[in-house]
Design a protein around this ligand. Structure first.
Ligand code: NAD
Ligand code: MG
Length: 396
């Protein structure tokens, strides 16, 4: 067993905190080299005291000075840096073996790509990166030989259910299709007429998973599952019509692979992100994660439903983006980020989220996506359009 040196991008978020909880249980296996956060300085301070990283990164110079002074007062030697370039540097440090990519949204694109180009073992939670930049990102993985391990519970389950030598050739491996499970979120049965007036608090109260606010809203609109369909397409090289979404409210089956001979292989467990995190950290070994064993007698029954595309228009928009290809998923992702933030800020209603995204998609023809510049241009243009759409809706 060799010591693994880690950078954690997004250490103060829900995934970051769960990652550190797993690491805390295995001090002889993992050493934290860099902890990267944004503005939650108090939490980052506590993490620095406990894990003694060589580096910590925050949003700007002012927060960096604040944190550095506090760390100096307790004789903690962590060096504090700031800004997007520091994130990129931390992701590619030569002494780092593995990078946990757990920043939320497009802000994670460049550091995650930097870790990939540097050939790190990449633990990918930041699904927006694959949605925005799928072809560019997967090319970087192939060229650098980076090891890509999915943290998203569904994709981690699929990874575990595919043959260990799976090379992206579904037919050769006898895979018929992927079944992506979804809890259905908090509004699975809410009368459609009431969706217009649901609040951010209601949208963030997920029945099964405790997560950051952006992904919680994405789960409520089911855009999260839409993003995951696109993520699965890139990770496993499977066409959209071979990826089926299945509503499974208990969230015990984390996803399934159906084979041509009729076999279906799945990964099951309690809904706790520490399982996929521990799986990816230790892969191909297994370590404890602090997760309670699954009690099938307590679960008692497993239910399944077809997704309702009228209730969840975001899911249909994501399939459309994948079909149209090129820059369209990047436009979808950017418009979604702007619309979700506007909903969280109470500028637009819950049901306006898909309206903003559709408007942006209708105005953004898909163009080829060959470079990081193409990705950033599509992201910027869609963001601007989405902001205008939000302003128009907010003042209507
Ligand atoms: P979160 O909001 O709890 O945490 C986000 C983290 O990103 C924080 O540490 C924050 O400091 C950092 N961050 C935000 N903006 C930043 C910026 N501009 N620059 C640098 N850092 C920034 O989110 P989360 O729930 O932990 O989700 C993180 C990612 O993992 C998302 O892409 C999400 O889709 C994915 N994911 C999360 C879960 C989950 O259970 N929480 C499950 C699957 C996938
Ligand atoms: Mg997921």
């Amino acid at each position: 067993m060799t010591l693994q040196n880690l950078t954690i991008l997004g250490s103060t978020g829900s995934i970051g905190v769960s990652t550190l909880d797993v690491i805390r249980r295995h001090p002889t296996r993992y050493r934290v080299i860099a902890l990267c956060a944004h503005s939650q300085v108090d939490r980052l301070f506590d993490q620095c005291i406990e894990f003694q990283p060589l580096y910590a990164v925050v949003r700007d110079a002012e927060l960096a000075a604040q944190l550095a002074a506090r760390l100096a007062s307790v004789a903690c030697v962590t060096q504090v840096e700031h800004g997007p370039e520091a994130l990129v540097r931390m992701a590619a440090l030569p002494e780092v073996d593995s990078v946990m990519a757990a920043i939320v949204g497009a802000a994670g694109l460049q550091p995650t790509l930097a870790a990939t180009v540097a050939g790190k073992k990449l633990l990918l939670a930041n699904k927006e990166v694959l949605v925005m930049a799928g072809p560019v990102f997967m090319r970087a993985v192939r060229e650098s030989g980076a090891v890509l391990l999915p943290i998203d519970s569904e994709h981690n389950a699929i990874f575990q259910s595919l043959p260990s030598d799976y090379s992206g050739d579904m037919l050769r491996s006898g895979v018929e299709r992927l079944l992506l499970t979804a809890s259905g979120g908090p509004f699975r049965h809410t009368p459609l007429a009431e969706l217009e007036s649901v609040t951010p608090e209601q949208a963030c109260a997920h029945p099964k998973w405790s997560m950051g606010r952006k992904i919680s809203v994405d789960s409520a609109t089911m855009m999260n599952k839409g993003l995951e369909v696109i993520e699965a397409h890139w990770l496993f090289n499977v066409a959209a019509d071979k990826i089926q979404v299945v509503i499974h409210p208990q969230s015990v089956i984390h996803s399934l692979v159906q084979y041509v001979d009729g076999s279906v292989i799945a990964e099951l467990g309690n809904p706790d992100m520490r399982t996929p995190i521990a799986h990816a950290l230790a892969y191909p070994e297994r370590i404890t994660a602090g997760v309670a064993p699954l009690d099938l007698f307590a679960v008692a029954s497993l239910d399944f439903e077809r997704p309702d595309f009228d209730r969840f228009p975001c899911l249909a928009l994501a399939y459309r983006a994948l079909h149209e290809g090129g820059s369209m998923p990047a436009s979808l992702n950017a418009a979604n980020e702007v619309a979700v933030q506007a909903f969280l800020d109470e500028k637009i209603s819950f049901t306006a989220i898909p309206r903003v995204i559709e408007l942006v998609m209708n105005q953004s023809p898909a163009t080829p996506l060959e470079s990081l510049d193409n990705v950033l241009a599509a992201d910027r243009a869609a963001r601007r359009m989405a902001e205008l759409a939000v302003e128009a809706l907010a003042s209507a």
